[in-house]
Design a protein around this ligand. Structure first.
Ligand SMILES: NC(=O)c1ccc[n+]([C@@H]2O[C@H](COP(=O)([O-])OP(=O)(O)OC[C@H]3O[C@@H](n4cnc5c(N)ncnc54)[C@H](O)[C@@H]3O)[C@@H](O)[C@H]2O)c1
Length: 367
């Protein structure tokens, strides 16, 4: 049985606590806000999963036991991730450290230290882009591997979702100004919050051999009322190192939500959907005979995190870390595109990502 410590007893902290308990692992949750621990026990966990699990330990930050944990999860706001992750790696060496997405704020300050500490400690550091590990993504990967769609021509991805749903899951918040969500500089806004779209675009680009994103051109619709400052719409055109062009759309205004990706090839296409219809993800594709197929994949919200926690279990059991879709390097590739999008929007110019410069905004050059 593995042991898990979760920082942040909010929405994602509860999802991941439940997914870990489902594995029979020991879970301790902590939070800087005692009200969050109380809400977890009395409200979030019971209302989502049918009852409180008394085997979960809830502890204030000042009462954390000095124990070794196999897994540490950071499920706090993005602008706290780097400091917490650095502290965790400096003071203990969990086998796995999972940091929620987005990894940090767009300026990327301090992330190289986490990469260095990963190497020094031997911990596996992951970033929570869980959509790469859900059943629809595994199925999409199998279909792409069979090369049914021919050579890739273009990829599109969109995570367009009015954030009423997010605030519905956070009834204790009155709106974007109450959290990082209303501040792109703190990792909120559409560019950070819905960065699953950038990440799944990169995931599929890798699977079809299109390489990394090297050029970015972005347009944004920024809400700035003197208090909040966030992109409610973030449109990104991209080009990869092999010259494949495509686009990524993230917004916090679309209702009902659209979460999808499409890969067009020379012989066919593949479309990947999250919540295609109630209780189902889906994959559509044109097979070798020219017929369009639809595969519906039954799922619940807890299933969104199952593949990710299964993957962590494989790593704990000595499984291969190389090529992990949730490695910190992959999460940083996504962060570089978020940073590049903001720089492109600010300068009204296309930008180039120079990966040789490391994980810093110096890697983003104006074109
Ligand atoms: N992968 C996913 O699908 C997914 C889903 C939801 C949220 N997230 C991500 O998870 C992160 C948290 O989002 P959320 O919706 O759970 O937020 P939330 O506001 O519901 O919870 C965050 C909690 O962290 C606590 N916290 C803040 N600073 C802390 C610190 N320094 N130490 C300990 N606790 C601290 C807060 O008190 C709060 O209870 C964000 O980065 C978000 O993007 C990912």
């Amino acid at each position: 049985m593995y042991s898990v410590k979760i920082y942040g007893a909010g929405s994602i902290g509860n999802h991941l606590a439940h997914a870990c308990r489902d594995k029979g692992w020991e879970v301790l949750m902590t939070d800087i806000d005692p009200a969050a621990l109380q809400r977890t026990r009395e409200d979030i966990y019971p209302s989502r999963y049918g009852g409180w699990d008394p085997d979960i330990r809830l502890r204030g930050m000042g009462a954390l036991p000095k124990e070794h944990f196999d897994v540490v999860i950071i499920g706090t706001p993005p602008d706290t991730h780097v400091r917490l992750a650095t502290q965790v790696l400096e003071n203990s060496s969990p086998q796995v450290l999972l940091i929620e997405k987005p990894l940090c704020n767009p300026p990327l300050v301090g992330v190289q230290k986490i990469v260095d500490l990963q190497k020094a400690t031997g911990s596996f550091v992951a970033v929570g882009y869980n959509h790469t590990m859900t059943e629809n993504s595994r199925r999409a990967a199998q279909i792409l591997q069979q090369n049914l769609i021919g050579d890739p021509i273009t990829i599109s991805a969109r995570f367009r979702e009015h954030w009423g749903g997010i605030f519905g899951a956070h009834p204790w918040l009155n709106g974007p100004r109450d959290s990082y969500l209303g501040f792109f500089e703190r990792g909120g806004g559409a560019s950070g919050e819905h960065s699953h779209a950038i990440n799944i675009w990169q995931h599929f680009a890798r699977l079809v051999g299109a390489g990394r994103i090297v050029e970015v051109s972005a347009a944004m619709d920024i809400v700035d009322d003197g208090v909040v400052k966030y992109d409610r719409i973030c449109l990104i055109n991209v080009k990869t190192e092999v010259g494949l062009v495509g686009n990524i759309v993230q917004d916090v205004v679309t209702e009902p939500a659209q979460k999808a990706a499409r890969i067009q090839g020379t012989k066919g296409f593949l479309e990947w959907f999250v919540n295609f219809k109630s209780g189902h993800d889906a994959v559509h594709y044109r097979d070798g005979k020219g017929e369009v197929r639809e595969e519906l994949i039954k799922k619940t919200r807890p299933d969104d995190f199952k593949g990710e926690v299964d993957h962590i279990e494989q790593i704990l059991n000595g499984g291969d870390r190389a090529g992990s879709p949730i490695s910190i390097e992959r999460g940083l590739d996504t962060m570089l595109v978020i940073a590049a999008a903001h720089i492109s929007y600010r300068h009204k110019r296309s930008v180039r990502i120079n990966y040789d410069r490391g994980y810093t905004t110096d890697a983003v050059e104006l074109l």
